[in-house]
Design a protein around this ligand. Structure first.
Ligand SMILES: Nc1nc2c(c(=O)[nH]1)N[C@H]1C(S)=C(S)[C@@H](COP(=O)(O)O)O[C@H]1N2
Ligand SMILES: [Mo]
Length: 230
């Protein structure tokens, strides 16, 4: 029987934990999680969260800009993208014993997206330490992208030259693109993205371009065809 993620994650041990940050950088480094947490003061960030399958929530994350970590390792000028990888440990992450997806979960951002001040590494939510099922001890949050871009339980971050593979794009490339920006004008092949259901509300809402963060992030995509780069 398939367990819920929360029950499978109960008792998930997050110490010791390291995050290796390397690739095309001057100063590659393996950070102990507690050292990583001291790089920048924790901030509460209240963000809209939009699932690719049409539901949404508003979530008070606790975290710090991903840029704070990237600056520590000094990316080289050849670095254009950032690749993220989750812990691979089927004993501690039992769904990794199944083949629903290729494991470990991997994700990626363009370097300018990764350096954007809205992009955070979250270590908590609702004023508390991150619960295991939500990505303890550290996960990515990119509020203008669909929720699945938020890779959880990160152990590796690599600066790379080329667009890195991403788990849902490997699984179903015509449905889930690398960018996966929230966009009411670019439908999923199997459903519309024009509206969403905010959990707890009765009436549905119009989905906003870049999840309502167009003013902050729209310039990242100037001149790009967002239907091609979905
Ligand atoms: N490490 C890891 N991160 C992951 C996933 C995963 O399987 N493993 N699934 C993704 C998908 S498909 C979704 S929908 C969200 C779910 O996160 P939530 O429970 O915080 O909404 O996590 C994303 N991050
Ligand atoms: Mo998902």
């Amino acid at each position: 029987m398939k367990e819920s993620v929360a029950s499978a994650a109960r008792g998930f041990v997050t110490r010791p934990w390291t995050v290796e940050v390397g690739g095309l950088v001057n100063k590659p480094k393996i950070f102990d999680i507690d050292e990583l947490l001291k790089l920048a003061p924790p901030e509460e960030r209240v963000y809209r969260h939009r699932c690719v399958e049409g539901w949404s929530m508003v979530i008070p994350w606790v975290g710090f800009p991903l840029a704070a970590v990237l600056k520590q390792v000094e990316p080289l000028s050849t670095a254009q993208y950032v690749a993220f990888q989750t812990l691979l440990d089927p004993k501690r992450m039992p769904n990794q014993k199944t083949s629903v997806l290729e494991w470990p979960y991997v994700e990626g951002l363009r370097l300018d997206e990764a350096l954007h001040p809205l992009t955070i590494l979250a270590t908590g939510m609702y004023g508390q330490t991150m619960p295991p099922q939500d990505g303890a001890p550290i996960r990515l949050v990119v509020p203008w992208k669909y929720g699945f871009k938020g890779i959880k339980s990160i152990v590796k971050i690599a600066l790379v030259a080329d667009q890195p593979p991403t788990t849902w794009n490997i699984e179903s490339p015509n449905e889930y693109g690398f960018y996966s920006n929230v966009n009411p004008n670019v439908d999923h092949p199997r459903w519309s993205q024009k509206i969403e259901h905010r959990i707890g509300e009765f009436r549905s809402r119009q989905t906003l371009l870049f999840n309502g963060y167009a003013e902050q992030v729209g310039n990242l995509y100037t001149g790009m065809d967002l239907r091609v780069n979905f």
